[in-house]
Design a protein around this ligand. Structure first.
Ligand code: GSH
Length: 194
């Protein structure tokens, strides 16, 4: 299995998950500053020249969320996804999708973009509603789904970590705790190294 990767990108999410799974994989590092993601060789893997991409035998996969869903199911014995058809499978899909489709854009609205005060207030209202929903969903639990760490925590904590770095989690102390707890995992240290 080959993961195309660059530091400080969404490729950290599948790399973190691969480290949690503890399965062998080849890390192919691309230097974005040197535009190694626009070579014909990489464009043959990912036509948009974006990271991450995963190649697993005959399967080439794009989109960090799809790669995380695929990897967690690919190794069911590692228990990083609730069993297919179980009651926890629904909330697992919900949190995976909510993190990517609702939280990520609400955070990215504050990342390196210029907005009028009016736009900023709109983005802030939206982000607060999104963060309130996650806080309520998490309740007093350590993990998003059931009583165990899953790939949903990898995706959610990765995005919340960026939000925390941008100081967007003030007022959501439970989420700050959640990010701190999960980003201290040994797999994260490996995923962000080198
Ligand atoms: N929705 C895609 C987004 C992929 C994406 O935009 N990746 C960025 C890094 S986070 C990238 O490769 N940008 C290319 C560049 O900066 O030149 C995913 O989650 O995989």
């Amino acid at each position: 299995m080959k993961l195309y990767f660059a530091p400080r990108t969404r490729a950290i999410r599948p790399r973190w998950l691969l480290e949690e799974l503890g399965v062998p994989y080849e890390l192919v590092k691309l230097d974005l500053a040197r535009q190694e993601n626009t070579t014909p060789a990489y464009l043959a893997v990912h036509p948009l020249g974006e990271l991450p991409a995963l190649v697993d035998g005959e399967v080439t996969l794009l989109e960090s969320l799809a790669i995380c869903l695929y990897l967690a199911d690919r190794f069911p014995e590692k228990h990083l996804a609730p069993p297919m058809g179980s009651a926890e499978r629904g909330p697992y899909y919900q949190w995976m999708a909510f993190a990517e489709v609702s939280l990520d854009p609400a955070v990215m609205a504050f990342y390196a973009s210029a907005h009028s005060n009016e736009e900023l207030a709109k983005h802030r209202t939206r982000l607060t509603a999104v963060l309130d929903f996650i806080t309520a969903g998490l309740g007093d639990r350590e993990f998003l789904v059931g009583g165990a760490f899953t790939a949903a925590d990898v995706v959610m904590a990765s995005i919340l970590h960026l939000a925390n770095t941008l100081k967007l989690l003030d007022g959501h102390p439970r989420l700050v705790e959640y990010v701190k707890r999960h980003t201290q995992r040994p797999a994260v240290r490996k995923a962000v190294s080198g």
